[in-house]
Design a protein around this ligand. Structure first.
Ligand code: AKG
Ligand code: FE2
Length: 373
C-alpha cells in the first residue's frame, strides 16, 4: 500500500498543476478544494487531469495577454502554457468564477474576477505597485487559502541575490534550524535546509552586503503591510471571526542544498487540531499566532535567469488539499521559480518542500495574528 502511494506520488510530481487521486473528505477551503469543486476530471493515460470550460479559458487568456503587454515578466507565459495544455480539453458553459484559481498573472486579472474584488485597489508605495498587488489577490487568498504571484523580482535582481548569497559572511551564518531537526525523539530530520533569521539587528549588519536581498525582503514584507492595511481579516475557511494581522520583525532566509534537501509535510501555524479549530483557540498557542505564510523564491532560475527551472531540479513546494499527506489526497506542486511569491493559510495549508536537486533559496515571513497572546 505504501509502495503504491510512493509510486503514485512520484508520478504526480510529473503532473504539476494537475489534481490527482480521489477526493479528500475534509479538504479546507484551499485552492485544491476550489479546483476540485470547479474542475471536470477526465481519465487520461491513467491519471486525472484538470479541465475547465471555454468561457473561463477565454476570460483567463484575455486577462493574461493584458498582463503580458503590461509586464515583461515571462513567468506568467510559462504558467499559461502549462494551463493551456490542460485547458485544451475544455468543456463548455463554465463561468469565469470557475477559473483555475491558483496562479494569477502579475498585474492582470480577468475582468470577472476583478469585479468580485472586495477591496478597491490602493497600493500606495512604489514597492507594492511594482508588484501589481491588488485587492483581487487578497480576495483569492481569502477564498482559496493560497495565491501565487509571479515576476516579483526581475532577472537582474535575482542574479544580484544569487551573488550576494555566495558571500562567505552569509554562508557562515546559515545554520540548521534547531527547532526542526527532529520531532518527538525521532532522529529523522523534519527539514534539512539551512536558515538565517533576519531581524532588525541582523538586517543592519548585512545591509551593505545584501542590497538585492534587502529589496526582495522589503517587497515580501510590504505585502504583509498591504494585508494589514486592507484589513485582510483571515480566511473564509475560518470565517467565524475577523482577525487583525501584524508583520513580525523576523524574516527567514532558507537555503536548500542540491543534495536532496527537503522539509517534510507540516503546517506553519500548528497541527491538524489547529487547522480544524476556530482561530480564537489558536491565539493561546505559540504557533497559532502565524496567520499567513508569505514566501518569495530567490533562485536565479526564472525563464530569463541563469537557466530555467527544470523538473529534475525538484524542490517544489507541494500543497495538500486534505488534512493528511499520507492519504490519497490532492496536491499541487509549485516549482520554486525565482521571483515567484506564494501566500497561503499558515494554519490550514499542509505543505512540504520536495527533495531538492539544484540551488534553492527563499525568504519566508509569517504574518501573525495581530493581537498578542
Ligand atoms: O520554501 C518553501 O517552499 C517552503 C518552506 C517552508 O515550508 C517553511 O519554511 O516553513
Ligand atoms: Fe512551511
Amino acid at each position: 500500500m505504501r509502495a503504491v502511494r510512493h509510486a503514485k506520488r512520484a508520478r504526480d510530481v510529473t503532473r504539476r498543476f494537475r489534481t490527482t487521486g480521489s477526493s479528500s473528505a475534509q479538504a479546507p477551503a484551499g485552492v485544491i478544494a476550489a479546483l476540485e469543486a470547479n474542475a471536470v476530471s477526465v481519465g487520461l493515460a491513467g491519471g486525472l487531469f484538470l479541465v475547465a470550460g471555454g468561457a473561463a479559458v477565454r476570460a483567463f487568456h484575455e486577462g493574461e495577454s493584458e498582463a503580458r503587454r503590461a509586464s515583461p515578466a515571462r513567468e506568467s507565459a510559462y504558467l499559461v502554457q502549462d494551463l493551456e495544455s490542460d485547458l485544451a480539453v475544455a468543456t463548455p458553459s463554465r463561468s469565469p468564477a470557475e477559473l483555475p484559481s491558483l496562479f494569477l498573472p502579475r498585474g492582470g486579472l480577468p475582468a470577472a474576477v476583478l469585479q468580485r474584488s472586495r477591496a478597491p485597489l490602493s497600493p500606495s508605495s512604489t514597492v507594492l505597485s511594482s508588484l501589481g498587488l491588488r485587492g483581487a489577490h487578497l480576495e483569492r487568498l481569502r477564498r482559496d487559502g493560497i495565491v501565487v504571484l509571479d515576476g516579483a523580482l526581475g532577472a537582474d535582481e535575482l542574479q544580484g541575490i544569487a551573488q550576494e548569497l555566495k558571500a562567505e559572511r552569509v554562508q557562515d551564518r546559515l545554520s540548521r534550524n534547531p527547532n526542526h531537526i527532529a520531532s518527538g525523539g525521532n532522529s529523522d530530520p523534519v527539514r534539512t535546509d539551512r536558515t538565517l533569521f533576519l531581524d532588525s539587528a541582523v538586517r543592519r549588519e548585512f545591509k551593505s552586503v545584501l542590497p538585492c536581498l534587502t529589496h526582495g525582503e522589503r517587497l515580501l514584507r510590504s505585502v504583509g503591510h498591504f494585508l494589514e492595511r486592507e484589513g485582510f481579516g483571515g480566511f473564509l475557511a475560518h470565517a467565524d471571526e475577523s482577525i487583525p494581522l501584524r508583520v513580525p520583525d523576523e524574516t527567514q532566509l532558507a537555503i536548500y542544498g542540491p543534495g536532496g534537501a527537503f522539509y517534510k509535510p507540516h503546517r506553519d501555524g500548528g497541527g491538524a487540531e489547529a487547522a480544524a479549530g476556530p482561530l480564537s483557540h489558536l491565539r493561546l498557542r505559540g504557533l497559532g499566532r502565524r496567520l499567513v505564510t508569505g514566501i518569495l523564491y530567490l533562485n536565479d532560475n526564472g525563464p530569463n535567469g541563469a537557466r530555467p527551472w527544470r523538473e529534475e531540479d525538484g524542490g517544489c513546494l507541494r500543497v495538500y488539499a486534505g488534512g493528511d499527506s499520507t492519504s490519497e489526497c490532492h496536491h499541487v506542486d509549485i516549482p520554486p521559480i525565482g521571483g515567484r511569491m506564494v501566500l497561503f493559510d499558515a494554519q490550514a495549508m499542509l505543505h512540504e518542500v520536495r527533495p531538492n536537486h539544484h540551488e534553492r533559496a527563499a525568504i519566508t515571513v509569517w504574518f501573525l495574528v495581530g493581537s498578542e497572546a
